[in-house]
Design a protein around this ligand. Structure first.
Ligand code: CO8
Length: 258
């Protein structure tokens, strides 16, 4: 399918979705979020795709929701259309792993979108922020919740209340990003992480994603019970037999998602 605001490329088993509104620093408008949701649904349904990379340009991952599009909207417009609620839910439902590869600005909805991915690899040029307070609003697709869970209340409050930006090094120290790499290596690093994931059993990958995400939603005791059930369940798969046999036979495992 031809898209206007994103570019989708496939390499081996990895789909890379590039946000592509260069004139607006990849600001997230309805069209872009609609196309992104569609591309993610297609990637989730495509058996050849085993990992997704979401990225932007060297200047901006995304500088937030599109302020021009939102500026004249009323409460009634926002409420009745459930502004970006369905897109949020669709992105959160993707079962395959998504890596955010972030260079430049990831602000407002851009930071929230990066946090919806499974982990963030940041270029040393990345800047994260929730500056909605400067516009008289607050985060709207999970920023107050996800940032607080990732970096704790102190930094989250600081970011949301002052609107200041966090650079890549601070974001790594705070636990918002998993690694920081030189900007020129960003896509290579993301592709290599995605390839590693793509080589594993999709059954195990999806189980990891489900279990880790459960940690954000439930008590420790419930989360551990959930993990144990999944751990036990994986012993019903051929991939568990193959993975353990390959280790004992000192060879590479050949996973078949069975
Ligand atoms: N919306 C629309 N257009 C934007 C946005 C945006 N968020 N950000 C940048 N642009 C446009 C600018 O208007 C400008 O366009 P033009 O050339 O036509 O004037 C172009 O991108 C380049 O921007 P700048 O000239 O401002 O570039 P600078 O390098 O000087 O500054 C900044 C870069 C610091 C990133 C600056 O552009 C900025 O502050 N942008 C706004 C950041 C912001 O406030 N983001 C939060 C938006 S609100 C939000 O995200 C709410 C989330 C809740 C729902 C989420 C749903 C997805």
């Amino acid at each position: 399918m031809a898209y206007e605001t994103i570019v989708v490329e496939h390499e081996d088993h990895v789909a890379t979705i590039k946000l592509n509104r260069p004139d607006a620093l990849n600001a997230l408008n309805s069209r872009l979020l609609g196309e992104l949701t569609q591309a993610l649904r297609e990637a989730d349904a495509n058996d050849k795709v085993r990992c997704v990379i979401l990225t932007g340009s060297s200047k901006a991952f995304a500088a937030g929701a599109d302020i021009k599009e939102m500026s004249q909207k009323s409460f009634v417009d926002m409420y009745l259309s459930d502004f970006f609620g369905s897109e949020h839910d669709a992105i959160a439902r993707v079962r395959k792993p998504i890596i955010a590869a972030v260079a430049g600005y990831a602000l407002g909805g851009g930071c929230e979108l990066a946090m919806m991915c499974d982990f963030i690899i940041a270029a040393d040029t990345a800047k994260f922020g929730q500056p909605e307070i400067n516009l008289g609003v607050i985060a709207g697709i999970g920023g107050t919740q996800r940032l607080t869970r990732l970096v704790g209340k102190a930094k989250s409050m600081d970011m949301h209340l002052t609107g200041r930006f966090m650079d890549a090094q601070e974001a790594e120290r705070a636990g918002l990003v998993s690694r920081v790499v030189p900007a020129k290596n960003l896509m290579e690093e993301a592709q290599s992480a995605a390839q590693k994931i793509a080589e594993r059993s999709m059954l195990t990958t999806m189980a990891v994603k489900e279990a880790v995400n459960r940690a954000e939603e439930t008590s420790l005791a419930e989360g551990i019970r959930f993990e144990r059930r999944l751990f036990h369940a994986l012993f019903s798969t051929e991939d568990q037999k193959e993975g353990m046999a390959a280790f004992l036979e000192k060879r590479e495992a050949q996973f078949r998602d069975r």
